[in-house]
Design a protein around this ligand. Structure first.
Ligand SMILES: [Zn+2]
Length: 370
């Protein structure tokens, strides 16, 4: 394992932040897989999973079984990890400007016409040309704040990798994945191995999260230049490792084993191909994911557990008026898997109470949670 330390320019003199990057296998070996944890810094299930991954990868590397390269960033957001307000961690948003650490990654699609000029009738040539072009485009993206530097640095490390896993979690949730529509097939084995209960697909989610910023340029290039062989050079996925409090050695070890089995499936690790368990869900469109919204304030009581199938019209939660006791049911508009819900138990008007992986709704615009 090679450890690299990268300085993130700080906001003030006398302060410093660093990213630690751990590399396994021969530099430049393919396939290359990038894995980062806790970009939302208060989402710890990915961070403990990374410990199990490091332990296993060290053994696999020592045994000479690593055919590709694995790049691990076990703490992807040291800025957010240091943030607290009145004793509570704040890892999702930068306190300086309120920006979400997993939104507004540099949009490299703006550089596609320039890259497209150099495409030829050779997929491997195009792969190299596009990677070079995207790296050049990223180098030109301005970065002023520490969060902008962090995003640009993370993207620069992951940009040249074939497969990217961004480990997150929701507040309270069943295992679920977000990925580009064109990457659904690639990540179906990972979803089965992890026991995912939902796979949410979108071409454009509207928020420029890390996974999409890496994968979308390849899809858009292929669509913009249909006469040229444009490979999909970076398949990227956001893995939601259940809920924020689902932190334990047993689940971390099991999740890491599933990820390592996926790496065997990809040929990154030598050995027999893993037996894929039956999938627990089919992929559904992110446009059809139903956000349950609180109509007014009150005590929040859930009637259904995450991971359960709900039908259209089923009561998923209740809001109790604390002054009168009046109870208002919150019902699902569409059937599907109730895959995530809030960790809070008092709702305020407009707050998201949960999400259902449905198939009938058609949303548009910004499809992800704020
Ligand atoms: Zn997250």
């Amino acid at each position: 394992m090679l450890t690299e330390t990268i300085a993130i320019p700080a906001a003030a003199p006398g302060t410093a932040h660093h990213l630690t990057v751990q590399r396994f296998g021969r530099a430049g070996a393919r396939p290359c897989v990038y894995i980062q944890a806790a970009l939302h810094a208060d989402e710890i299930p990915g961070m403990i999973c990374a410990q199990a991954l490091r332990r296993e990868l060290l053994a696999i590397e020592a045994a000479g079984h690593l055919q590709g390269e694995v790049v691990l960033v076990p703490v992807a957001n040291p800025l957010g990890l240091g943030q607290q307000v009145l004793g509570q961690p704040v890892g999702r948003f930068a306190l300086g400007d309120g920006g979400n650490f997993n939104r507004d990654f540099p949009d490299l699609c703006v550089s596609l016409s320039r890259i497209g000029e150099n495409l030829a009738d050779a997929p491997q040539h195009n792969l190299a040309i596009i990677r070079e072009g995207l790296a050049a485009a990223l180098s030109e993206v301005p970065a002023l704040t520490p969060a902008q530097h962090l995003k640009k640095t993370l993207m620069g490390i992951a940009l040249g990798c074939d497969v990217v896993l961004d480990l997150h979690c929701d507040a309270e949730a069943a295992m679920h994945l977000y990925t580009h529509t064109a990457s659904a097939e690639i990540f179906a084995p990972l979803a089965a191995l992890l026991g995912a209960r939902a796979i949410l697909l979108a071409e454009v989610s509207g928020g420029d999260p890390f996974d999409e910023a890496l994968s979308r340029p390849w899809f858009d290039l292929a669509r913009a230049f249909p006469g040229q062989p444009v490979p999909f050079g970076c398949h990227s996925v956001t893995v939601e490792l259940r809920g924020q409090r689902d932190v334990g050695h047993e689940t971390a070890t099991a999740d890491a084993a599933a990820i390592l089995a996926f790496l065997r499936h990809l040929g990154v690790i030598a050995g027999a191909l893993p037996t894929l368990p039956p999938a627990l869900c089919s992929a559904t469109a992110l446009e059809a994911s139903e956000p349950l919204i609180a109509p007014f304030a009150g005590i929040l009581v859930y009637r259904r557990e995450v991971g359960e199938d709900v039908g259209a019209g089923d009561v998923v939660a209740e809001i109790v008026d604390p002054l009168t006791g009046e109870t208002t049911p919150v019902a699902a508009a569409s059937g599907g898997v109730f895959y995530a819900r809030s960790a809070l138990r008092f709702a305020v008007p407009g707050s998201r109470l949960g999400k259902i992986a449905g198939t009938r709704m058609t949303r548009s615009g910004r499809l992800l949670s704020p």
